[in-house]
Design a protein around this ligand. Sequence first.
Ligand code: ZN
Length: 180
Amino acid sequence: MAVRPIVRADNPILRKKSRKVQRFGRSLQNLIDDMVETMHAAHGVGLAAPQIGVSQRVIVIQLPEDEEDPQSGKLYVLCNPEIVRTAGEEEEGEEGCLSVPGFVGDVRRATVVTVKGLDSKGRKIRIRAEGLLARAFQHEIDHINGVLFIDRVDSPEKIRRIVPMEEQKPQEASQKEPAL
Ligand code: ZN
């Protein structure tokens, strides 16, 4: 396992549609392991393969432990994920991205989504996600389609500059939501 460098918004790989995963073997597992380790090292709650320079439809998400959210703490790994259903109201919420350090934006997202995909062994999975987890799935699935959160804000004033997580002193927690 290895922590890999996270590519920034100006890298063209983040603007491409990623390729579908076709083989579910050792090299896919290595990619997933590296993605999880890289996400943890960056204190992120989600990561898509193109963010470490790999144009494949793989995403990982792990929300920080929260007693009130049963979806938190669990590691979600999905290959070829697709949103098959959205429900509930759309909600505007603050979002950050590990590939856009130093900025957050207010992004409208569906509050409930059903996602289907395959696990690391190619077995079918289907997840109903709400709130922050639903937001994370929409953000990561955007990544494998070449879309960034900055494309989704209604107006430029909804993007704000913040002190990135890695440069923060403990007393100045200006980044409230973890980055994806
Ligand atoms: Zn992101």
